[in-house]
Design a protein around this ligand. Structure first.
Ligand code: ZN
Length: 713
């Protein structure tokens, strides 16, 4: 899609009125409005990329009016920015820095911070001084794909001059920071002097192999210039830009079953990461559409992938280059039909080792320039180009994997456009290193501590019910990625929604093996594999066993026993694929199956024979899996909960049971040794605790407040 001019005078006015009520002046209101317009177009900026500013005035603590630069603060995204996302800094103090010959990053950050009008503001952008040194009131900066397709050409300066004439200033590549700010200001002044042009005639500035600046005396002028310059770039490109970030539906031709290979890749990455001392759990985000598949099938993919990122800003999200792997079809072509998976996996192992080796070499050779002072980051790729399936983003969270996938799509779209015009030759790897290992860039990734279950993909069955949804939410709070599965699709969706933007829901009847298989296919396509199963779905069908219709007993066993086995079988298959061909025991990742059993398995009650019998069998099933799969580090445990308010024990049942026993409802619910009601959240916390007990398998934990009859003997 081509870039759209979204400016509306009416909406700009509305923004002024809206923010005026919050005490925001007109300049900052317009700044917020047009920054959001830029942020809404992923072909211009993405995930905290780009930055914007306005020069205005404000009142300081002494009540004096001071000229300030309001510039994007780190941690803010242009798409959702608010006025406080452009913190105000004393403009004269910033401008004075131009006289200094050199300034370290630390000095730059601390001077910027010490001149903030509000000391509680976020750190101003790393490109603050560039904004400050330019004379214009409004300055906009994007990493437009169309512009990068021009600016990443080997003869970019000639190409850009031909299109824009002397309406733009062209600055050769310099790393962001103080030096770039000075180089840009000098280039701007030289251009106005040489061309005898004044401020109003130069529309923007192209930073070669980096991005585009536009500026103007009003927010509207600067924004319109940005869109105009980008549109001219689009016109010059023979290939239309098709980003389609939102079309996340996996595009696989009907005969392909490439998704079955995803767990092999996920496991290999995890185990290699753990061999280097990092976590063995990583999340995938798979993207596929016509453009991606065409690109990944191009014959020179491996060579293109080595050329690097479209703009250095991307390197912290995707590393310098993606990992390009062979499809199974390619392996068959070169090695023949026999031992297909083994041969393919072997080539995968060799290729990942090579990727890691090259990353370490890249680090070590570049680190020499810093006297060995940099500390190596993990060598794990953040993007995979997988023929037959598409592009895979990798991260420790689904969010990070999605960001990597978005940036990956921008990367390949830039290459397609650049190659259609000439040649894609972006910034070289040593310049990329400087940015990847720049503390100010790493700061953008945030320093918050990882949650304890980060990287784990957890499936909760029966997630639409009270207990299931509590379990899903508790695992989500601990940082796990959630798949909420239920026979009631709406209820599953609601639980997923409560677990955040990246949780996933599946509607599935677990008593139908083909549906279970399909559910696991969806899990692989959405996350790459699985780590923990909470096999929770169940149903209590009442009736005395002596007169029970066979169909009720059959149904009860289908739900409370067989369905758990269908799920466990699929899970074990994936766990073993993730650990395929691992010979060193300590690196086996394994997996977990946690069953929600019931006290009925130990202490049956009258009238619930079909439930108790099937749950007893489920207890045996848990033990059987624990015995057979222990050597593969697959842990299987169960929880016996009792008397929890849920779909199985609803308010009406509580009422009738308490009346039958001559107790108040409260007494009935607290009828245990601890004299306290046990809640769904208690069961959820127990499942999470059990999942962390790394040396426990075949165990049964009771969550019932204490009940001698249900104690495990
Ligand atoms: Zn930039």
């Amino acid at each position: 899609m081509s870039c759209l001019d979204l400016w509306s005078d009416a909406n700009a006015k509305k923004a002024i009125i809206k923010y005026k009520d919050e005490g925001i002046n007109e300049d900052l209101a317009i700044r917020t409005y047009s920054a959001r317009l830029l942020g809404s177009d992923p072909e211009l900026v993405l995930h905290g990329g780009g930055n914007t500013s306005v020069k205005t005035i404000t009142q300081n603590i002494f009540g004096e009016i001071v000229p300030v630069l309001c510039v994007k603060g780190s941690g803010w995204d242009l798409e959702t920015i608010e006025p406080e996302g452009h913190p105000a800094i004393d403009l004269e103090a910033l401008k004075a820095l131009r006289k200094i010959a050199t300034l370290s990053d630390e000095e730059m950050v601390s001077i910027q911070r010490s001149n903030l009008i509000n000391p509680n503001s976020p750190n101003p952008s790393v490109e603050t001084l560039l904004h400050a040194f330019l004379p214009h009131k409004f300055v906009d900066h994007t990493h437009s794909i169309a512009l990068l397709a021009l600016a990443d050409q080997p003869d970019a300066e000639v190409v850009c001059r031909k299109i824009y004439g002397d309406r733009v200033v062209i600055v050769p590549y310099v790393m962001p920071g103080f030096d770039l700010a000075k180089a840009a200001a000098n280039a701007y002044e030289l251009a106005t002097k040489d061309n005898k042009k004044d401020n109003s005639e130069i529309e923007g500035m192209i930073l070669l192999k980096h991005g585009l600046f536009s500026f103007g005396k009003s927010g509207k002028e600067s924004y319109k210039r940005m869109i105009g310059l980008v549109k001219e770039a689009e016109k010059a490109l023979p290939t239309k830009i098709e980003l389609n970030l939102k079309s996340k539906k996996v595009y696989i031709d009907n005969n392909s079953s490439a998704e079955i290979y995803l767990p092999f890749i996920r496991g290999l990455i995890g185990r290699v990461a753990s061999k280097y001392g990092y976590s063995n759990k990583w999340i995938f985000e798979i993207r596929s559409n016509k453009e991606i598949v065409e690109f990944i099938n191009s014959s020179n993919l491996k060579e293109l992938a080595k050329r690097g990122v479209a703009t250095p800003d991307h390197v912290i999200r995707t590393k310098v280059r993606p990992w390009v792997i062979d499809s199974i079809e390619q392996t068959i072509k070169s090695k023949g039909q026999s031992n297909q998976i083994k041969n393919w996996f072997l080539s995968l192992e060799i290729s990942l080792k090579q990727y890691v080796k090259e990353y370490i070499e890249y680090f070590e050779s570049n680190n020499k320039r810093f006297n060995g002072n940099k500390k190596q980051l993990d060598p794990i790729p953040r993007l995979i180009a997988f023929p037959g399936i598409g592009l895979i983003g990798i991260g420790r969270t689904k969010k990070a994997a999605s960001i990597a996938a978005d940036i990956g799509q921008v990367w390949l779209t830039t290459i397609r456009s650049a190659e259609s015009l000439g040649e894609y030759r972006p910034v070289n790897s040593s310049d990329c290193f400087d940015l990847e290992y720049w503390s100010l860039e790493q700061a953008k990734l945030g320093k918050s501590k990882e949650k304890s279950l980060a990287g784990n993909i957890v499936l909760v069955t029966g997630a639409g019910g009270i207990i299931g949804s509590s379990i899903a939410k508790e695992f989500s709070r601990q940082g796990a990625e959630i798949v909420a599965l239920d026979i009631n699709g709406d209820a599953a969706q609601q639980t997923a929604k409560a677990c955040g933007k990246y949780a996933f829901s599946i509607q599935c009847d677990l008593t139908v093996p083909s549906e279970v298989k399909e559910a696991f296919k969806l899990i692989k396509l959405n996350f790459g594999g699985i780590d923990i199963i909470v096999s929770n779905a169940g149903s209590a069908l009442p009736g005395n066993i002596s007169s029970m219709e066979q169909s009720i007993l059959d149904r009860s066993i289908a739900i409370n026993l067989y369905s758990h086995n269908y799920v466990a079988q699929q899970a074990v298959k994936i766990f073993k694929e993730q650990d395929y061909s691992e010979e060193e025991k300590q690196y086996i990742i394994g997996g977990q199956i946690l069953f929600n059993i019931s006290k009925q398995a130990i202490n049956p009650g009258p009238g619930f024979g079909s439930y108790g019998i099937s749950k007893s069998a489920l207890l045996s099933l848990m033990k059987q899996y624990a015995i057979e799969e222990g050597e593969f580090k697959i842990r299987c445990n169960g929880i016996n909960a009792d008397r929890i308010r849920s779909g199985l024990l609803n308010d009406q049942m509580i009422r009738s049971r308490s009346i039958a026993r001559g107790l108040s409802e409260e007494e009935y619910m607290q009828g245990n040794l601890l004299k306290t009601e046990v809640k769904a959240e208690d069961v959820a916390k127990a499942f999470v605790a059990l999942s962390k007990m790394s040396k426990t398998t075949g165990a049964l934990i009771t969550i019932d407040g204490g009940n001698p009859a249900a104690m495990v003997r």
